[in-house]
Write a protein that binds this ligand. Structure first.
Ligand code: HEC
Length: 170
């Protein structure tokens, strides 16, 4: 093939602009990725804040309330074997780390929005939370990752389990 200097230059320009376009595109996708990562990071930070001030740790993290909040974050929200006993029976704060690892963010938002659990779970307080708060909580719990074991199952009244329980007046 016989290429003239002009044709070579044109091809060179075409491929140069193709390379430039590709570079710009990958730069843009890098930016988007950075932005999503930054957004996710601020979700995680806010989710952690909600878990702390929303009191979730007080019941769903073993030993947390007794240690005035000074327990290893790696164990947070893994549920508790300490039961809550009252006229409703005996309930155990669920392992939220395992729950979140099983469901999608959408499922979590739907579940938690309509949740109506037995005492002393303050489900009515969760009705005041926004969807963004639910998502942030999910992202924080998801960030912590699955850990621990399932909490004991609900024990209906009048049975009182042999393990440790906090007893409400009857
Ligand atoms: C005073 C203790 C207490 C606090 C505070 C608390 N929980 Fe709970 N939570 C429980 C108990 C006990 C259960 C199990 C209730 C049952 O068996 O019906 C539970 C159950 C749940 C469930 C499972 C509901 C279901 O039946 O599907 C979710 C989700 C949950 N809690 C989320 C949270 C979040 C998020 C917070 C913080 C905003 C929180 N909890 C604060 C005690 C508590």
């Amino acid at each position: 093939m016989n290429l003239t200097g002009a044709a070579v230059m044109t091809m060179f320009r075409v491929s140069l602009s193709a390379i430039m376009a590709m570079l710009l595109l990958s730069l843009a996708s890098c930016r988007t990725k950075e932005k999503t990562e930054a957004e996710n990071q601020s979700s995680v930070t806010h989710g952690r804040y909600l878990a702390v001030i929303g009191g979730c740790n007080d019941c769903h993290s073993a030993g947390y309330a007794q240690a005035e909040g000074k327990t290893d974050e790696n164990g947070w929200l893994t549920g508790d074997r300490l039961g809550w006993n009252g006229p409703w029976g005996t309930t155990y704060p669920m392992n939220l780390r395992l729950l979140v690892s099983r469901i999608t963010e959408e499922q979590w938002v739907r579940t938690i929005k309509n949740v109506k659990a037995r005492p002393p779970m303050p489900w009515y307080a969760l009705r005041e939370m926004s969807d963004t708060d639910f998502r942030d909580l999910y992202r924080y719990i998801r960030y912590l990752g699955p850990a621990g074991v399932e909490s004991p199952a609900f024990v209906p009244p009048p049975e009182v389990p042999a393990g440790p329980v906090v007893r409400y007046p009857r």
